[in-house]
Design a protein around this ligand. Structure first.
Ligand code: HEM
Length: 127
């Protein structure tokens, strides 16, 4: 059993208070209180999304890999499964069309058939 703390969206929005600065990014829950003043993007942008799902805002900036690693430090849990947003990247959302490869026999059927016809016609006219 995982001991990850699970939050509902309602719980996260109720944390929109002075002592808790909790936000949701990609279904994970972060407490950014200790990070507010260190955030290179500024204190204000984070305060504006406290209690909310900031996934879109976070992605819009195109945060670096370093930023994504740094996030782990502030992660306090994740959303309950029923309230998770479908993530865009993942096998279940990739609608890949698989093109069936032709079998060996099917691929050679036409040339072999044409060969036989040519042989028969050749025999008929020239022998
Ligand atoms: C735990 C969550 C977050 C962490 C650890 C984090 C970290 C960082 C870091 C390290 C940078 C410097 C640039 C980079 O390395 O990509 C940055 C820039 C920035 N971040 Fe965040 N960030 C977080 C959440 C957010 C959110 C939710 C928003 C928007 C609501 C945001 C808006 C910005 C902006 C506007 C910049 C400045 C980009 C620029 O100057 O080009 N960040 N962040």
């Amino acid at each position: 059993m995982s001991d990850t703390k699970r939050f509902t969206r309602a719980e996260v929005s109720s944390y929109n208070q002075k002592d808790n600065n909790v936000i949701i990014i990609h279904n994970h829950v972060y407490d950014v209180k200790a990070f507010l003043d260190e955030h290179p993007g500024g204190h204000e942008v984070l305060v504006n999304v406290v209690g909310k799902d900031a996934t879109e805002d976070f992605d819009d900036i195109g945060h670096s890999l370093d930023a994504k690693e740094l996030m782990n430090k502030y992660r306090i849990g994740e959303l309950v499964d029923e309230e998770k947003a479908p993530e865009i990247i993942g096998p279940q959302y990739c609608n890949v069309t698989v093109v069936k490869k032709e079998g060996f026999l099917t691929a050679w059927m036409l040339p072999i058939f044409l060969g036989i016809i040519t042989t028969v016609v050749w025999q008929y006219f020239f022998n």
